[in-house]
Design a protein around this ligand. Structure first.
Ligand code: NDP
Ligand code: HSE
Length: 435
């Protein structure tokens, strides 16, 4: 039977993964689709670059737009990333009635409302399984597998680079910069790795997850975002002593007055599922009102793992080629006219427990003053630890508070930091107990 002809825009980590996995699993994929799925055209910035896989049988072009416009391409796969040419190529393909598969979470999170609008107008799908959590089929799971639920919350480790760095720092004591360089070498990091370490990539993914979980438009600007750069080896070690692991989490939660969307380093009890997710692995825990808590786990980045998700989309798209748009699964899980904005809570209004680390002078009355401030703000202490000062050094105090609204905690923290015996460089991180 006539093959489905794929035009692949981007031949980097993911693009090469797509070619290799399509070749390796060609027979299985053909049995699933009913016809072969073959990359016939591909584009990269430098088409003469030596790449580890052969490009035999593929027409290589430098101009990505020519693939989007080529009448001999049935489906366009965009894996270059970013906004400029990626967006133009996607819109050009849609305008010509070609389905699109993309892994580009940055583009979808920030400009997805327009892109999905264009896809609806054209009556063809934009599929994006690889945009969140690499190889884990979390989009399909939430959009289709959990369609019978009202989703209450989800929380996940959704950036492989940060999880790799934090794991290396925790388990091997590797310095932050070295672990980041390794993640880049392994092909996990974004073209601009500050997107990873500053939490922006996780915020992009959280935006997509929240949209399909709650039926709201993509709302990237409403995500409160903090990265991992300030997580120190000392915090990792103190958290460990207190019974916690530090992970970069993306959290989306329905609260009484709106929706919380936040990405930040988080202390997680060390016996929780998410605390055991190490290296480049990702995991997402979803709370549905019918199913209860359900967890997903797998490789969150890397060529073949991400190709697994891209190809799942290709199979879906190939099976539906030529079908009536009205009968396609809605891209963002809810019917387009039922997608509704929800109030987004500012981070100051969310409720959480907090971990605090303070360096203090070794003097009588220090603990009394610190605990007095917390008591005055009606914040109780769940755990407290003081490291014995050595050789005339300052002492270190670490504590975990009860749950408190963030702006109330911040007021107490500011008072503690203003005490004359508290040194500069205090640290404060949120704690999630999943209760
Ligand atoms: P890479 O940087 O490895 O590859 C990017 C590719 O795009 C390269 O082949 C590059 O060409 C090509 N390219 C860049 N600009 C142009 C252009 N103007 N015209 C044509 N080709 C161009 O990126 P990744 O494969 O890592 O990521 C691709 C996408 O997948 C991104 O959106 C990323 O966020 C997403 N993603 C990545 C994952 C991963 O693990 N790496 C996982 C999940 C999603 P050349 O080779 O000549 O430089
Ligand atoms: N840079 C991303 C990560 C790639 O580290 O998770 C996968 O989306």
């Amino acid at each position: 039977m006539k093959p489905v002809r794929v035009g692949l825009i981007g031949l980097g980590t993911v693009g090469q993964g797509v070619i290799s996995v399509l070749r390796e699993n060609a027979a299985e994929i053909e049995r699933r689709v009913g016809r072969p799925v073959v990359v016939t055209h591909a584009s990269a910035r430098d088409i003469h670059k030596t790449r580890p896989i052969t490009m035999d049988g593929i027409t290589l072009v430098a101009d990505a737009m020519s693939i989007a416009r080529d009448a001999d391409v049935d489906v366009v796969v965009e894996v270059i990333g970013g906004h400029g040419i990626a967006k133009d190529a996607i819109l050009a393909a849609l305008a010509r009635g070609k389905p699109v598969v993309t892994a580009n979470k940055a583009l979808l999170a920030e400009e997805g409302n327009a892109i999905f609008g264009a896809a609806r107008k054209a009556g063809v799908p934009v599929a994006f399984e690889a945009s969140v959590a690499g190889g884990i089929p979390i989009i399909k799971a939430i959009r289709e597998g959990l369609a019978g639920n009202r989703i209450e919350s989800l929380a996940g480790i959704i950036n492989g680079t940060c999880n790799y760095i934090l794991t290396q720092m925790t388990v091997k004591g590797q310095p932050y910069a070295e672990a980041l360089a390794d993640a880049q070498k392994l092909g996990y990091a974004e073209a601009d790795p500050t997107f990873d370490v500053e939490g922006v990539d996780a915020a992009h993914k959280l935006t997509i997850l929240a949209s399909i979980a709650f039926g709201m438009p993509l709302s990237f600007s409403g995500v409160a975002c903090e990265g991992i750069a300030k997580v120190s080896a000392q915090d990792i070690s103190l958290a460990g002593t207190l019974g916690y692991r530090i992970k970069l989490l993306g959290i989306a939660k329905r609260a009484e007055t709106g929706v919380e969307l936040r990405v930040h380093p988080t202390l997680i009890p060390d016996d929780h599922l998410l605390a055991k997710v190490d290296g480049v692995l990702n995991s997402v825990v979803v709370q549905g009102n019918a199913v209860g808590q359900i967890g997903f786990y797998g490789r969150g980045a890397g060529g073949n793992a991400t190709a697994s998700a891209v190809i799942a989309d290709l199979v879906d798209v190939a099976r539906g080629l030529g079908s009536d748009a009205k009968h396609q699964v809605p891209a963002l899980a809810f019917q387009a006219d039922a997608v509704a904005a929800l109030p987004l809570l500012p981070i100051s209004a969310i409720e959480s427990s907090f971990y605090v680390r303070l360096r203090v002078a070794d003097e009588p009355g220090v603990l009394k003053a610190l605990t007095g401030i917390l008591a005055a703000h009606e914040i109780s202490i769940e755990a407290i630890l003081q490291k014995e000062p050595r050789g005339g050094e300052d002492a270190t105090v670490a504590l975990i508070t009860s749950r408190v609204v963030e702006h109330r905690f911040d007021a107490a923290m500011a008072e503690m930091c203003a005490l004359p015996f508290v040194r500069e460089g205090a640290s404060r991180l949120r704690v999630e107990h999943f209760k």
